[in-house]
Design a protein around this ligand. Structure first.
Ligand SMILES: Cc1cc2nc3c(=O)[nH]c(=O)nc-3n(C[C@H](O)[C@H](O)[C@H](O)COP(=O)(O)OP(=O)(O)OC[C@H]3O[C@@H](n4cnc5c(N)ncnc54)[C@H](O)[C@@H]3O)c2cc1C
Ligand code: SF4
Length: 446
């Protein structure tokens, strides 16, 4: 394993630093407060968490950031997290009416961050709790889906315990989302808000045996599965065992936990999704001089957000299209990736044109580090212990309106049932599940 360098927090300056109070008031004042009794503002329509954007912007403009935060947390118990990690360009800010008038959209994400940080730093109360209703819910997974669901249920009066195998809450937000978006804060403060609502945390406990599951079932009236996806997809190449070859999740986790590896001058990243782009941008920040993304199709087929690909290129990341890794070459350590060119053939089952390798086009790309960012595999190991639970290609099948699984005692939310999306989408599903659990209780439970 590579040597360790510290610290990393200074290297990963945040992409969108916080606004000052004066800047926030001026920026919030740009909002036209669209919408009304007959039409919801476009920024609200495009927010999966349903946050009253004009409402909280008006509170900031009036100089009341804590009131603004209460408006945010009324709909999104991870408001401060989402403010840092949401793809706002494609959601609220992308829909802002100013944008469509050819003007700069209101900086909704940064303003939400300003308000949430202000409230979290004073520890003021953000949500009220209904009286305890003597019903217990167990949530497996303390990622965004589990946290948001637990908080919503606790606010409704349920006794909720969240279990996670990790020692810190947050799931991929804590261990995988790019550190230049979010290193750790505001997760501890948001977990504190949930604890104040009555959520109990059992961290460092994996629920992965029939006995552990039976114990949870014995303690809880219903169980929410918020277990996310699993490790990186298991794609192997000759030379995989060479030092300097990484999977994306352990690579990012080492940075986020303050143990960034020495990566050398030249880094290759395999993949064309958002994780691959994040890794490439992280490698630039760690000091690599040549960072190359290897993608087997072309820019048009890349699943990554186009604006983030542009930003990566602006930061110096080079993209090699129609390029397939063949093997990793080295002795004591990785020295190069052997690649082969590809061309696009007929569309495959994904609807995208299939890359076909072109024999005789091999070339060596000298690198010190290569990171495979090819996607995550579903996490199914312990799901087989749950009676009657149906899966679809590894992800949990749910009723999309309620999040209820084929075992009526179990609900599910987040990546575990959508196959991998965003934090705010996990929050949306978590809210649906909380409402559905409550409705099931009102109907006489189950
Ligand atoms: C590299 C990367 C970058 C990303 N960047 C962004 C971004 O910038 N913005 C964005 O909105 N989204 C981003 N995402 C997606 C986002 O992180 C996920 O959609 C979101 O975290 C899903 O939340 P979740 O709660 O469903 O799952 P997770 O975050 O995966 O949390 C699941 C939790 O359950 C725990 N768990 C699982 N099984 C068990 C068990 N048996 N016992 C105990 N605990 C268990 C896990 O340890 C984990 O803590 C990114 C994803 C990746 C991989
Ligand atoms: S669309 Fe833009 S201007 Fe209109 S309410 Fe939302 S943030 Fe304000």
């Amino acid at each position: 394993m590579a040597t360790v360098v510290e610290p990393t927090e200074a290297v990963f300056e945040e992409l969108t630093p916080t606004l000052t109070r004066a800047q926030a008031i001026i920026e919030a004042d740009r909002c036209l407060e669209c919408g009304g009794p007959y039409a919801v503002a476009p920024c609200v329509v495009s927010c999966p968490a349903d946050v009253d954007v004009p409402g909280f912007l008006a509170a900031i403009a009036a100089g009341e950031p804590e009131a603004a935060a209460r408006i945010v947390y009324a709909e999104n118990l991870l408001g401060g997290t989402c403010a840092r990690v949401c793809p706002v360009e494609l959601l609220c800010e992308g829909a802002c009416i100013l944008h469509h008038e050819g003007r700069r959209p209101v900086e909704i994400g940064r303003l939400q961050r300003f308000a949430c940080d202000a409230a979290l730093s004073t520890g003021s109360s953000l949500r009220k709790r209904a009286p305890y209703n003597w019903l217990r819910v167990a949530v497996i997974g303390a990622g965004p889906a589990g946290l948001a669901c637990a908080g919503e249920l606790a606010a409704l009066g349920y006794g909720v315990t969240v279990y996670d195998e990790r020692l810190e809450p947050g799931g991929l937000v804590r261990y995988a989302i790019a550190p230049y978006r979010l290193q750790r804060d505001p997760l501890p403060a948001e977990a504190r808000v949930l604890a104040e609502l009555g959520v109990s945390f059992e961290l460092g406990i994996a629920i992965d045996t029939p006995e552990a599951l039976a114990e949870i079932e014995g303690d809880a009236d219903t169980v929410v599965l918020a277990i996310g996806m699993g490790a990186d997809a298991d794609v192997r190449y000759p030379g995989d065992d060479l030092p300097g070859v990484w999977d994306s999740l352990p690579f990012i986790e080492s940075i986020k936990t303050g143990h960034a590896p020495h990566i050398g001058d030249a880094v290759a990243v395999i993949g064309g999704g958002n994780t691959a782009v994040d890794v490439a941008r992280e490698a630039v920040r760690l000091g690599a001089e040549r960072v190359t993304m290897l993608y087997r199709r072309t820019r048009e087929e890349m699943p990554a957000y186009p604006h983030e690909v542009d930003e990566a290129e602006d930061e110096g990341v080079r993209l090699e299209w129609l390029t397939v890794p063949v093997r990793f070459v080295g002795g004591v350590r990785l020295q190069a990736v052997e690649c082969r060119r590809a061309r696009l053939g007929e569309p495959d089952e994904s609807g995208r044109r299939r890359p076909e390798e072109v024999p005789g086009t091999e070339f060596l790309l000298p690198v010190n580090t290569v990171v495979k960012a090819i996607g995550q595999r579903p996490r199914t190991e312990f799901l087989e212990f749950i009676e009657g639970l149906e899966l679809d290609r590894g992800v949990i099948k749910v009723d999309p309106a309620t999040g209820r699984t084929s075992n009526p005692r179990y609900f599910a939310a987040g990546d575990a049932c959508n196959g991998g999306a965003t934090v705010v989408e996990a929050v949306r599903q978590a809210k649906l599940v909380a409402r559905a659990v409550h409705a099931a209780h009102d109907e006489g439970w189950r």
